[in-house]
Design a binder for this molecule. Structure first.
Ligand SMILES: Cc1cc2nc3c(=O)[nH]c(=O)nc-3n(C[C@H](O)[C@H](O)[C@H](O)COP(=O)(O)OP(=O)(O)OC[C@H]3O[C@@H](n4cnc5c(N)ncnc54)[C@H](O)[C@@H]3O)c2cc1C
Length: 252
């Protein structure tokens, strides 16, 4: 028996369970702080990950009229497809505007885990070429932090998430302290043929090459999803089914 989460007191309320909120909730909870994580989207079940299904197996061959009608902006992104379009916001219900001369296609998900469920898994470290760009090329401003301040935190996140790839020596060239810790996924024949000409690629994993092996290290349901579930004292999910409030103490 758990106490009603609505009657509890929390030290921190985190809004949104994406990479940002999920990670914040995890770290704060681990530090002993009572966290309430508010998420507007519903939970996704493993059965819903059908991205490897060929288009001809989908009801509308991946040209569902529903996507065209309700997700005219979201469908501009390759990741919004017939098998998962309802993870993305309904553009008609969630309009936004931009200046005429500055159009912006805004991909938004309303789902537990947010955009980590569709991200491409390219995981880069910023270096002092980024943090100290002004000193380097005169553009922008230098950040008040440098790579050495941030590096230990990159280590923590990468180890937890399981960033994988081949150590190709590019990290050192950019002044980064280390490469990835986990082995790369197996290359397809086409990657091996192309690899001599691809010298800057740390982790090459296009959508079409996703495989069971690839998912073993970092996958769309394996990053902040368990983080947000495991770590938070309570998960409140309200938008899709108001009143669905529950205590979360374990993750299957
Ligand atoms: C197709 C695609 C591919 C990408 N590939 C890469 C990549 O390879 N490498 C990379 O580094 N980045 C990539 N990105 C970007 C990366 O995924 C995002 O920058 C990151 O996931 C954003 O995390 P976030 O927590 O800031 O936001 P989100 O993931 O958008 O999380 C926001 C969360 O807040 C919830 N929410 C919104 N409003 C409310 C509310 N009012 N109340 C409660 N909850 C609310 C949403 O439901 C959502 O769960 C990609 C993005 C997309 C769309």
């Amino acid at each position: 028996m758990f106490a009603d989460p609505l009657t509890q007191t929390y030290d921190v309320i985190v809004v949104g369970s994406g990479a940002t909120g999920g990670w914040a909730a995890k770290r704060l909870s681990e530090a002993g702080i009572r966290v309430a994580l508010l998420e507007a989207g519903r939970e996704v079940t493993p059965k819903e990950f059908t991205e490897h299904m060929p288009a001809f197996k989908l009801k509308y061959r991946n040209v569902s009229p529903e996507i065209v009608k309700t997700r005219p902006i979201q469908k501009q992104c390759y990741a919004c497809m017939e098998y998962n379009y309802d993870w993305f916001v309904n553009d008609l219900e969630n309009p936004y505007s931009t200046p005429k001369d500055k159009p912006f296609t805004w991909q938004r998900l309303r789902i537990l885990g947010g955009r980590t469920l569709v991200w491409g898994r390219q995981s880069y470290r910023m270096s002092d070429l980024d943090f100290k760009a002004y000193s380097h090329d005169g553009y922008g401003q230098d950040w008040p932090v440098s790579y050495k301040d941030i590096a230990p935190f990159y280590d923590i996140v990468e180890d937890y998430v399981g960033i994988s790839g081949a150590a190709e020596g590019n990290a050192a060239k950019r002044g980064l302290s280390r490469g990835v810790n986990f082995p790369p996924v197996k290359s397809a024949a086409s990657h091996i043929v192309a690899s001599p000409s691809v010298t800057q690629t740390a982790c090459f994993c296009p959508l079409g090459a996703r495989s069971a092996a690839c998912r073993a290290w970092v996958n769309s349901c394996g990053s902040t999803y368990p983080a947000s579930n495991l770590a938070t004292s309570v998960l409140l999910s309200s938008t899709y089914s108001p009143g669905t409030l529950r205590n979360r103490t374990s993750f299957p």
